[in-house]
Design a protein around this ligand. Structure first.
Ligand code: SF4
Length: 306
């Protein structure tokens, strides 16, 4: 299988994937039943995790004066990079299929079951987790913020996955220096306090155990999905409407009420883009001095509110 595994990797890299790893399905044995690879493909043997990196200057200059541009981040993060991932996953899946294996290209992150569903007892859960697959396939490890940090790019990549019946050669799980040193910047700078390090979660993947903070996903959605905190991005579209999340655990009614008020206040500029501070400030120890933090979003000086 070594040659065939290499051919699959070459196919992914030919479609601009910067990181590629292979996880045998046994590494997902502790995952909830409905989100295991075999729940999607009963004869699954391997999960292929792939990632494409962000253009670094685009990431670091998001929102910087004088341009205060968030349009590139919005379009490349959500559309162009997403499309590149989908095309690569589709081509890899077809390559596997043409070689006689089953293969399902999965979805880029950003689609969730918002409410607990059947035996999935958590909210905002994807039907398959690309970040857990990336860790299982040796691409990196979890930070305090529960996201996958890679040694090559830190936080500056997006992931996608292909589940296949092909028994491909496994990539070893990441075993290098810690990529998260618990600097707690992600926690301190999150404007909606979505990261709760007082309640840590534990996951077992392969032969490794990881811990990360519990994430309040409705609180995260307060900014990232519904754009109610201007300095995470909407300010650069001219949005001055700001709605603070209430203390404690947020429910969907509180989120919806605030969202409708924000839409009324922001008018046509309501469709904006927010980049989580956890993404912008998290730089793994060995990349500090190489990668720069995304600057805190500028105040709305000189802007005439609607
Ligand atoms: S910002 Fe610091 S604590 Fe948070 S995930 Fe990154 S390295 Fe870990």
């Amino acid at each position: 299988m070594a040659t065939f595994t290499r051919q699959v990797e070459d196919m992914a890299r030919a479609h601009r994937m910067d990181l590629v790893g292979f996880a045998p399905v046994e590494r997902f044995a502790h995952a909830p039943r409905m989100v295991r690879p075999e729940a999607h493909l009963p004869n699954a043997r391997t999960v292929i995790a792939m990632a494409i990196r962000y253009p670094s200057a685009m990431f670091e200059h998001a929102g910087r004066a004088p341009a205060e541009n968030m349009f590139s981040m919005e379009v490349y993060q959500n559309h162009v990079i997403g499309q590149a991932l989908y095309i690569a996953a589709m081509r890899v899946a077809r390559f596997l299929e043409d070689a006689g294996h089953d293969a399902i290209p999965m979805c880029v992150s950003g689609r969730w079951r918002v409410y607990p569903y059947k035996d999935i007892n958590t909210d905002w859960m994807a039907d398959f987790s690309n970040r857990h697959a990336a860790v299982a396939a040796g691409l990196g490890e979890f930070g305090m913020h529960a996201l996958c940090i890679t040694p090559q790019y830190g936080m500056r990549q997006r992931f996608i996955t292909v589940i296949t019946s092909a028994p491909l050669d496994p990539t070893p799980m990441y075993a290098g220096p810690a990529l998260c040193d618990r600097c707690m910047k992600c926690f301190k700078e999150c404007p909606v306090k979505a990261i709760n390090p007082r309640r840590m979660e534990t996951v077992v993947i392969g032969d490794r155990t990881f811990t990360y903070a519990t994430i309040d996903h409705f609180r995260c959605a307060w900014s990232e999905q519904t754009n109610m905190i201007p300095e995470e991005g909407p300010a650069f579209f001219g949005q001055t409407a700001r709605f603070e999340p209430p203390p404690g655990r947020i429910n969907d009614q509180q989120l919806l009420e605030a969202f409708y008020k924000k839409c009324a206040a922001a008018g046509f500029q309501t469709g904006t883009h927010a980049m989580g501070r956890c993404m912008g400030v998290c730089i793994p120890p060995h990349l500090r001095g190489t990668q720069k933090e995304v600057a805190p979003m500028a105040p709305l000086e000189g802007h005439r509110p609607r």
